[in-house]
Design a protein around this ligand. Sequence first.
Ligand code: MN
Length: 436
Amino acid sequence: MSTSRHPRSWVTSANDHPDFALQNLPFGVFSRLGKGMGTDRRGGVAIGDCIFDLRAALEASLFTGVARVAAQAASRGQLNDFFALGPASRQALRNELMHLLDENSPQREHLQGLGKTLLLPMSECRMHLPATIGDYTDFYVGIHHAMNVGRLFRPDNPLLPNYKYVPIAYHGRASTLCVSGTPVKRPNGQTLAPGAEVPTVGPSKRLDYELEVGVWMGQGNEVGEPISIAEAGEHIAGFCLLNDWSARDLQAWEYQPLGPFLSKSFATSLSPWVVTAEALAPFRSAQPQRPEGDPKPLDYLFDEQDQKHGALDIELEVLLLTAQMKAQGMAPHRLALSNTLNMYWTVAQMVTHHSVNGCLLQPGDLFGTGTLSGPQPGQFGSLLEMTEGGKQAVELPSGETRTFLEAGDEVILKARCHRDGEVSIGFGEVRGVVVD
Ligand code: MN
């Protein structure tokens, strides 16, 4: 694989970096670590092991025109205003950033001279949620997850009849979305023990994770105005990783007839970097063919271009690090490897369906894709699937076993994009430790 035709950066840690090469340039919100620094949040761009400080770059007058306006919006303590500007402004800023950070940039010496005022080591910074999230919606577009879970409850009829017509979703809770690194407290709630006739209240005994991709909304719509499938892509600001922590015992008791409630709303973890559509463009793919006999999407969800290029080819990984493994110096253990090609609906179809009734979508709203499992063992994005509903324990290299999560367990999600002839990029990670 040759990537020699691709530009490299004078920020040398970016070259061959697993996540943040010059070709990625994701946006995020950070503050400097240290006394009194934690409250000074501002926007930055990940490049190698560093954060390019947009506020410092503006103070050094590094941007022009549309890119300057975009950099002003992206330099604030939340990216909502930047998301609202839409793709042309975002692309203008990305283009200027790529030129500034290129190893052949005419401004290289000037920028290097600015040192740590412009480029901060990530290890000296703390990441925050990238936007103020008004609404959060969790979809269910991972068809293998839907099949695997449906089979546990309805072996002969795993998918309900609406699944292949409707991108299924529920309204999630925005208030408990949290950034990577935030501990996750085991939730209390009602559960009905097997064979019991009345429920009890107490800590969940079946705490699980869900491997998902998050979709950040850019420009919104007007109330009552649907977003067409052809225009949906322009309303997406970027992508992140999302762990939809789930209390399976609460969920089993509460979910009928209106869907998940307290089993999901206690915590949802996000990776801090917003990977743009532009960075993901080389990793677009045709939407996988629907199996023989499946219905064609209804017209409002069907677009030739979306079918040809609307899917994403992103490798997704789940790792687990128990407290014992950590104490013994062991590496996190891979539980699953999956891919966004396991989505039955494209992100454009999610946006269009969400707005077809006129629902207002706003900059900084967040969608989860739903758990993105593959069809095979080793590709399952939740413990519910891996353990067949808690029946088959997972064995770990430490000799421990798990059916569901225990105190001290750290769940780590990662994502990477590879394609021949392209520079690989990644999403960074989202991690969270379970505390009782
Ligand atoms: Mn979910």
